[in-house]
Design a protein around this ligand. Structure first.
Ligand SMILES: Nc1ncnc2c1ncn2[C@@H]1O[C@H](COP(=O)(O)OP(=O)(O)O)[C@@H](O)[C@H]1O
Ligand SMILES: [Mg+2]
Length: 312
């Protein structure tokens, strides 16, 4: 547990019991969270969990069915224009205009924010260079790779120098190199004091970047905390895993159940190593088996709560 030193950090987002219905389908089912200035906050969950819908309510692309939402101290139900002018958004779909060059895409956006032409061009060129896209300034969007388009969309979100940025699955579909590049950029933005709010279905992305997160499933929050605290409290430090046949389940479970937290998944038994326990103790219990051991992850947390894997 960390203690607050000095004044409490400003709350930049406060959501209370947010609900979104599409017709009679409930996409978001009473989510509450608080995001503090300067942190990287994550919304982690599988496809269809309601992440994008939650984001859309925050930046005004979806009407709030019920609940309360304050962004930068402003009520999202009455001040959405003011909120939109103060934040940066990287939507799940880039939404870049293919009829214009990379530079023009940024300039058009700067125009929305009322940035004067000369300042807009300077800022756009500065961002293109920061994203290592200066050689593509005059090129059409079609010539950019997936990773470059994502970087351009991030540049676009930064055009007005927002202190709060929303990123909806910033690295989905990107190769590992492009992903790491974006991660580094996000860390550096956070170091400069920017508050980051991102969604992802990659647990390793959430573990890498997020100070705190909520895990959502079917429109509801199923866990909340710091990644390492969630892993330690739900799972433990390490996981020892091995395959068992259906007839062996009872035998192995009775052997270990008094000593280890465990989970049976299809044809696998997982032992959670926590507290004073050691991985060796766990392996000794199942010595004749073909075991694997690894660090516990947020995926184990999700699996334990929901019964299925985040990427299923
Ligand atoms: N415009 C829409 N109309 C009807 N249903 C929608 C719409 N957008 C999303 N949904 C549904 O709401 C649920 C949550 O979707 P979404 O917020 O996109 O999830 P995520 O971003 O976590 O993948 C899904 O079941 C999805 O099919
Ligand atoms: Mg989504």
């Amino acid at each position: 547990m960390t203690t607050n030193q000095g004044a409490e950090k400003a709350k930049v987002i406060e959501a209370t019991n947010l609900v979104k219905n599409y017709g009679d389908r409930r996409a978001v089912d009473g989510i509450s969270f608080t995001v503090h200035a300067g942190e990287c906050f994550g919304l982690l969950g599988p496809n269809g969990a309601g992440k994008t819908t939650t984001f859309k309510m925050i930046y005004g692309s979806a009407q709030i069915t019920s609940g309360e939402l304050f962004v930068l101290g402003l009520n999202a139900k009455s001040h959405i224009q003011k909120i939109k002018s103060s934040i940066g958004v990287v939507p799940q779909e880039n939404g870049l205009d293919p009829d214009f060059t990379a530079l023009e895409n940024l300039q058009i956006y700067a125009n929305y924010f009322g940035i004067a032409e000369k300042a807009a061009r300077d800022r756009a060129m500065e961002l293109l260079s920061m994203m290592q896209l200066e050689d593509y300034a005059e090129k059409s969007i079609d010539t950019l790779s997936g990773g470059m388009k994502r970087r351009l969309t991030l540049a676009r979100a930064l055009i007005s120098k927002p202190k709060l940025i929303f990123l909806d699955e910033p690295t989905t579909g990107l190769d590992p190199q492009a992903r790491i590049w974006i991660w580094d950029e996000l860390r550096s933005l956070q170091k400069q004091g920017t508050t980051l709010f991102l969604t992802t279905h990659y647990m390793e992305e959430a573990e890498e970047l997020c100070d705190r997160l909520i895990i959502v499933n079917k429109g509801r929050t199923v866990a909340e905390g710091r990644p390492q605290e969630l892993i330690e409290s739900y799972v433990g430090r390490e996981v020892v895993e091995f395959e068992i046949g259906p007839k062996e389940v009872e035998y192995f479970v009775s052997k270990i159940k008094d000593r280890f937290a465990y989970q049976v998944m299809r044809n696998r038994l997982k032992l959670f190593v926590r507290g004073q326990q050691t991985t060796r103790d766990a392996i000794n219990e199942v010595s004749s088996q073909n075991v694997t051991m690894r660090k516990a992850s947020l995926n184990d947390v999700f699996l334990k709560i929901s019964g299925y894997e985040l990427n299923d």
